[in-house]
Write a protein that binds this ligand. Structure first.
Ligand code: AVI
Length: 323
């Protein structure tokens, strides 16, 4: 079930709560308890994520900003005149502005975002910076099929699908392949795909990035339980769970979990779930790739890599693909 979970509570009502409850009950009933990472991004979680992006251990935003500034002009050459930029999961659109401002008179910007609040914010930010640009927001879950708005296409119009920030890494490789195949159809025969892809690296760098010294990532992870208390009247004791993040070498991913500090029971509505001491809820995977592995994955989805740019520390990459 796809879940419109990032809508603020005011937009949602009882149906939303029933959907949220369904997803949570499903995840907490599994042998390895889990919750989908999409649930992180309520209003408080979105603010905590912005603070994660300011932590010195979380190298991704700075590396990506550097890469975009260094290579936006080269991307603009690929895009050509009057291209359309489509951004699934647009969030605040900060990175898109770096690219949009380099493009040659882009025809339109299409942010696709499930949260109406985040979408309104990204639209306002882009309109303020580029008042002449046509912005065509789409409030939709980008993991489901969506239709592009009607635009005044020219024969040479190129569609660029842009997903910065390593969001692609939050999907299992087979899901990432299927998303990229969907975008191949969306972008059409002259399409471009521009992705921020985090690279495989030693656990000594990866683990602190997902467990910063200031405890912001811990608060972000625990906010998931606080959210269930707020929205589903659950009775999680937040002190009874601890944030843990580790690199799973075999799966090439950083995993985030909430570890039960003791044996306990938690009620969510009429449901009750129990934990043994040390048992976890798996809340997120963040896959890390070698450049070669990612090129193969993209090729399987119909994309040919044209550019691979790596930041000066060799940690993060910006990759450009052609259909
Ligand atoms: C949004 N996403 C790309 C982040 C990541 O790095 O996987 C989410 C995150 N989780 C903890 N820190 C950041």
């Amino acid at each position: 079930m796809a879940l419109d979970h990032r809508k603020p509570r005011a937009d949602t009502g009882a149906v939303m709560d029933a959907e949220l409850l369904g997803v949570v009950v499903d995840g907490l009933s599994a042998a390895q308890k889990w919750l989908p990472p999409k649930l992180f991004y309520d209003e408080i979680g979105s603010r905590l994520f912005e603070r994660i992006c300011e932590q010195p251990e979380y190298y991704i935003p700075a590396a990506e900003r550097w890469l975009l500034k260094a290579h936006a002009n080269a991307l603009a050459q690929y895009g050509g005149p009057a291209c359309v930029l489509i951004e699934p999961g647009a969030g605040s659109a900060e990175k898109s502005l770096l690219l949009l401002q380099a493009l040659d008179q882009p025809l339109a910007y299409v942010p696709v975002e499930i949260s109406s609040t985040a979408l309104a914010g990204s639209v306002a930010r882009v309109r303020a910076a580029m008042p002449d640009l046509q912005v065509q927001p789409l409030c939709a879950d980008f993991t489901r099929a969506f239709q592009l708005p009607k635009l005044d296409w020219r024969p040479w119009t190129r569609r660029i699908v842009f997903m910065p920030g390593s969001t692609i890494g939050n999907f299992a490789p087979h899901e990432a392949r299927s998303l990229m195949a969907d975008w191949r159809r969306l972008a059409g025969p002259r399409g471009l795909l521009v992705l921020g892809v985090d690279l495989l690296k030693p656990r000594e760098v990866l683990e602190p990035a997902y467990d910063d010294a200031a405890g912001v990532t811990a608060a972000f992870n625990l906010n998931l339980l606080a959210r269930l208390n707020r929205e589903l009247q659950a009775d999680f004791d937040l002190d009874a769970f601890a944030h843990r993040a580790w690199f799973n070498q075999a799966e090439r991913r950083v995993e985030m979990h909430l570890v039960s500090r003791r044996a306990q029971q938690v009620r969510i509505g009429t449901h009750s779930f129990s934990w043994t001491r040390g048992e976890t809820i798996h809340t997120e995977n963040s896959y890390k790739y070698t450049p070669a592995d990612f090129a193969v994955l993209a090729l399987d989805a119909g994309w040919f890599r044209r550019e691979l740019w790596v930041d000066p520390h060799g940690r993060f990459s910006l990759q450009c693909f052609e259909a």
